[in-house]
Design a protein. Sequence first.
Length: 321
Amino acid sequence: MVGTGFIAHKMAKEFTSLPTMPVVAVYSRSADTGVAMANEFHIPKVYTEYNEMLADPEVELVYIATPNSLHFEQAKAALLAGKHVLCEKPIVPTLAQLDELLGLAEERRLHLLEAITTIDQPNYGMAKIIAEEIGDIKAVSCTFCQYSSRYDAFMNGQTHPVFDPAYCGGALMDLNIYNIYFVVGLFGDPKAVHYYPNRNANGIDTSGILILEYPNFVCQCTAAKDYSAHNSAQIIGTEGSILIEPSSSTCQKLVAIRKGKEPYIIDDSDDSDVTPWWFVALSISNFLIVPQDTVKERRIRAMRSTVAVLEAARKDAHLDF
């Protein structure tokens, strides 16, 4: 475990529930936070020097859950040390960095994977299947607007990494990435990308609308950290539609409407024992036990497509970091 923040705690809980994914060490720059996390999840080792953890032969895979700007160097160091890498989204901000990491992983016969809830949710897999049954796609709309618990502090002058351009923060990178993964996993690369952000004075996008153009339809992806909304993802075709709620990140409820058929509804939102992160941990564990080329290729393709869209969107909106 690299990092001890919110998402690291979520994933540590899921890892420790799986006998196939024992957590043997945690790295933190602060010994206090590292020890606290180790005590909470019964992790035997705490490191305050990253390279020392990478030298530990018991560590086989490094899970990176640090600010976005640190992902590339930490992932690269792990691969060079012979460790598999699971990195939180967004894995890196540019295709050049991603391809460098993928090249290192291939050279060393290692796995480089991105942790993002969308692609491992069962209802997302079902949406892929049903999307083939709703005719020609005419429109896609994804909304993920979630008022940040750190936004008020940000407005009062405290800049957390998620609102800091120096740390590759912003609504596009933090929330709209789920919408992008949802779309490119279903429809591949768009032919054009346009991003219309709402900017803070420091240049960060606190919210924004992303437009993805495909040959026969247009997709709108809205994400915000400065307001909330009723979140969903909707795919509309000539023969029906698919509605995903509450958002593209969890896909807990799916409603499919198809001509000539009864509505098809799956609702997992009441299953409080299973979290979105559990599906991520389980999928990664299953892959590491029995790696499949098709699974690896699908995840790599989704990673590259998403990073390409993120990079194109920032370029279009002149968001520089």
